[in-house]
Design a protein around this ligand. Structure first.
Ligand SMILES: *Cc1c(COP(=O)(O)O)cnc(C)c1O
Length: 474
C-alpha cells in the first residue's frame, strides 16, 4: 500500500477505459493496435510504444500545479538551460561511486570547501562536510553526530546505561527535527511560542538544558514566518550557562534557507562558524542554493565534531573513500549543478539574485499591508518570506478563505495555524524565490485585490479545512 490514500479508480470497469481511447493512441503503437488504456495499479501484461507511454504520463501530469506559481515551497523551481543540460549529462552518475566518477567527487569536495569558506570555518582545509539529498538528511546526520558526542561524554562521566538524551529547540522547527528525535530516540525539548515571539528564546532554551542535552538547534530562518533565530544570543546564553554549571552544549544551525541568504545579504549578522559554539551547519542546496530538488549540505567545524566511527569506508566499488550518508546510491547531477551555480554566480551573482528576491518579498509584503485587512507578522526582510494574518476587526473571512480564493486564480499560498502557545493564530505564508518576479508579484496582488470585495461580503468564514491544516510543517 502506498502511504498516501488513493481513491477508488474506475480501473476495473474496462468498458469506460476503452471508450476513453481514440485511434491516435493505437496508431502510435507499432506493437499492435492499442485499444485499451493500460491498467494503473498493476503492471500491464506487455509493453507499449514509447510515444504512447509518454503521452499517458505527460497528460496526467498536466493536472499538477504550476511550480512557478507555488508560493508554498522553498525549493528551486527555475534553473538556467545550461544547468539543465549539465544535469541531463550527469543523470547516470551515482554519487556514491566516487572511484568511478572522481571528477564528480572532486566537485562535491570543492562545494564543501566553498561553503566552509562562506560560513567562516576556522580552517576550511580541515572542515568536514558532505552533500546529502536535502536538509532533512543533513539534519539527521548532524543530529547523529551530536548524539554520539554526547554518548561519549556521558560514558566517561556516568558509566552504565540509563540516561536519555534530549535536544533543545523551538516549537517552530521543521518536521525533520521531529523525525530525528523520533527515529533516533532523542527526547525533543521544545520552547513554545509566546505572545509576539514566534521562534526560539535563548534563555528559555538554556533553561531546558541539562547534562543529557546533546545540543541546541537554532534555525536560520524559521519555516513558519521566515524570521532568523538569534543564533549569537543563543550561543552567548549557553556560554553563560557553561560558566555557571560547567555544561558545554554545542549548537547546530539549521540554515536550510538562511545559510544561503545571510552570507550575501546580511554580512554583519554573526550566526555561523565565527561563533565557537556552532558545531555544525546544514543548508538545502535546492532552496536558496538555487539548484533543482535533490541536494543538501552538512558541514562540521572540525573533525572532532564528527565522531570517526560514524564515517564508513567501503571498498566494493573500488577505492576507499569515506562517506557519511543515510543513502548509498544517490544522483550526482544535483551536486554538479550546485558547483555550476557556485562558479556561474560567484558571491556577487548570489548577492544580486537574493537581493532581487528579497526586494520582491518586501515590496509585496508592503502592498499587502496597504490593503488594510492584514497584519504582517514578518515583512520579508530576513528570509524573503513573510507571514500575514487578518486584522482582529476582520470577521467575515479568514486566511483559509484567502488561500482558497488565491488557489482559484492558480496561486498556491498556504494557510495554517501556529504551534503552541499560539494555536489561536492562523496565517498565510508567502515564500518568494528566484523566478517569482516583480511582475508575477504584481499579478498575485491584482488577484488578491480582485478577491477582496467578495471576501469582505461573506457573512462568515467559509473554509472547513482549518482543522486539517493545524499540523503544518513545510
Ligand atoms: C526545508 C527545511 C528543512 C528540510 O529540508 P529539505 O531540504 O526539504 O529536506 C529543514 N529545516 C528547515 C528550517 C527547512 O526550512
Amino acid at each position: 500500500m502506498a502511504l498516501h490514500k488513493v481513491g477508488r479508480h474506475p480501473e476495473q470497469s474496462e468498458e469506460r477505459r476503452r471508450l476513453s481511447l481514440n485511434p491516435f493512441y493505437g496508431a502510435a503503437d507499432p506493437l499492435g493496435s492499442m485499444t485499451l488504456a493500460p491498467p494503473q495499479h498493476r503492471l500491464p501484461e506487455g509493453p507499449m510504444a514509447p510515444a504512447a507511454a509518454y503521452q499517458f504520463v505527460h497528460d496526467e501530469l498536466m493536472l499538477d500545479g504550476n511550480s512557478r506559481l507555488n508560493l508554498a515551497t522553498f525549493v528551486t523551481t527555475w534553473m538556467e538551460p545550461e544547468a539543465g543540460r549539465l544535469m541531463a549529462e550527469c543523470r547516470d552518475k551515482n554519487m556514491i561511486d566516487k572511484d568511478e566518477y572522481p571528477r564528480t567527487a572532486e566537485l562535491e569536495r570543492r562545494c564543501v570547501s566553498m561553503l566552509a569558506d562562506l560560513w567562516h570555518a576556522p580552517d576550511p582545509a580541515t572542515t568536514v562536510g558532505c552533500s546529502t539529498t536535502g536538509s532533512s538528511e543533513a539534519c539527521m546526520l548532524s543530529g547523529m553526530a551530536l548524539k554520539r558526542r554526547w554518548a561519549h561524554r556521558n560514558r566517561d562521566r556516568y558509566p552504565g546505561p540509563g540516561a536519555r538524551p534530549n535536544l533543545v529547540m523551538g516549537v517552530n522547527v521543521q518536521v525533520c527535527w521531529d523525525k530525528f528525535c523520533n527515529f533516533w530516540e532523542v527526547e525533543p525539548r521544545l520552547v513554545p511560542m509566546e505572545g509576539d515571539r514566534f521562534h526560539l528564546d535563548p534563555q528559555a532554551a538554556a533553561d531546558l538544558c541539562d547534562e543529557n542535552t546533546i545540543g541546541v538547534v537554532a534555525i536560520l530562518g524559521s519555516t513558519f514566518d521566515g524570521s532568523y533565530e538569534p543564533v549569537q544570543e543563543v550561543c552567548a546564553t549557553l556560554d553563560a550557562l557553561q560558566e555557571r554549571t560547567g555544561l558545554d552544549i554545542p549548537v547546530h544551525v539549521d540554515g536550510a534557507s538562511g545559510a544561503m541568504i545571510a552570507p550575501f545579504l546580511d554580512e554583519v549578522l554573526v550566526w555561523d562558524f565565527r561563533l565557537p559554539r556552532v558545531a555544525s551547519i546544514n543548508t538545502s542546496g535546492h532552496k536558496y542554493g538555487l539548484v533543482y530538488p535533490g541536494v543538501g549540505w552538512a558541514l562540521w567545524r572540525s573533525p572532532e565534531n564528527l565522531p570517526e566511527e560514524l564515517v564508513f569506508r567501503v571498498n566494493y566499488l573500488g577505492g576507499d573513500m569515506p562517506t557519511f550518508a543515510l543513502n548509498f546510491s544517490r544522483p550526482g547531477a544535483q551536486v554538479v549543478a550546485q558547483y555550476y551555480t557556485f562558479i556561474r554566480l560567484g558571491r556577487d551573482g548570489y548577492r544580486a539574485v537574493q537581493q532581487t528576491t528579497r526586494d520582491v518579498a518586501r515590496s509585496l509584503a508592503e502592498k499587502i499591508d496597504c490593503l488594510g485587512d492584514f497584519h504582517l507578522l514578518t515583512r520579508g526582510d530576513e528570509l524573503p518570506v513573510f507571514a500575514v494574518t487578518t486584522n482582529p476587526d476582520v470577521k467575515n473571512y479568514d486566511v483559509f478563505d484567502v488561500s482558497r480564493r488565491l488557489r482559484e486564480a492558480g496561486w498556491l499560498v498556504p494557510a495554517y495555524t501556529f504551534p503552541p502557545n499560539r494555536e489561536d493564530l492562523s496565517v498565510l505564508r508567502f515564500v518568494c524565490r528566484n523566478g517569482f518576479s516583480a511582475d508575477l508579484a504584481e499579478l498575485l496582488l491584482e488577484d488578491l485585490k480582485r478577491a477582496m470585495p467578495e471576501l469582505r461580503a461573506q457573512s462568515a468564514p467559509q473554509s472547513k479545512d482549518k482543522a486539517a491544516a493545524t499540523s503544518f510543517h513545510h
